[in-house]
Design a protein around this ligand. Structure first.
Ligand code: CO
Length: 208
């Protein structure tokens, strides 16, 4: 890829926006009030805004390897805090994707150095759902199911935070678990039973 081309692309994009609305960037610079916090994978094929069809200003975005929400990850925790407490988003989306390299790596017995502690969080998801996953014989189906269960567990990690618990009580914030199917381009709503999860999680993790 020619890096210089990126700046040309940028100028074309600026012009396109200004042709439609001459004060587009002026308005954008006034501030943000996104409705959605999107937590997704860093995978280059899984864009946030593009696959949702939303514009700049619509979604606050956090991406890392395998869309994780580790309890002690300062970056993910800060993003959740800022989005929920200050931007007051009404929806949090954890979006995984099939054919996720991070999830695949966690399914293999291999020392991957600095990635080990990160991928261990996915191995923990496997351990929690070992019975279900071990009963799936087809490797690809097992891999896809782990992607889904990982999304569900990261939704639970999100709900464990005091900020989300308070926003659930005060304004009914909702947490959604989605999977992007790279093979079809479709977005799948896992329809996690949010209220039931909230009830179960709160029994142990209630903070506020
Ligand atoms: Co991925």
């Amino acid at each position: 890829m020619d890096i210089k081309q990126i700046f040309k692309n940028n100028q074309n994009w600026v012009q396109e926006k200004l042709n439609l609305d001459s004060s587009y960037f002026k308005n954008l610079s006034k501030g943000q009030s996104p409705e959605i916090l999107y937590i997704g994978c860093s995978d280059s094929r899984v864009t946030a805004e593009e696959l949702m069809g939303v514009s700049p200003g619509d979604a606050f975005v956090h991406r890392n390897i395998a869309n994780m929400v580790p309890n002690t990850d300062l970056s993910a925790m800060s993003v959740i805090d800022y989005a929920v407490v200050h931007l007051k988003v009404n929806h949090i989306v954890v979006c995984g994707h099939y054919y996720c390299g991070g999830v695949k790596a966690a399914m293999q017995s291999q020392d991957l150095g600095i990635l080990n502690p990160w991928l261990r969080n996915i191995r923990d998801v496997y351990r929690i759902h070992k019975e279900e996953l071990n009963s799936i014989e087809d490797e690809e189906s097992k891999y896809k199911r782990l992607v889904e269960l990982n999304v569900q567990e990261q939704c639970i990690n999100t709900i464990k935070t005091a900020e989300v618990q308070r926003a659930y009580r005060d304004r009914g914030i909702t947490v959604h678990g989605w999977v992007f199917d790279i093979n079809s381009g479709g977005l799948i709503d896992l329809k996690i039973n949010y209220d039931k999860i909230m009830e179960n999680v709160m029994e142990i993790y209630h903070l506020d």
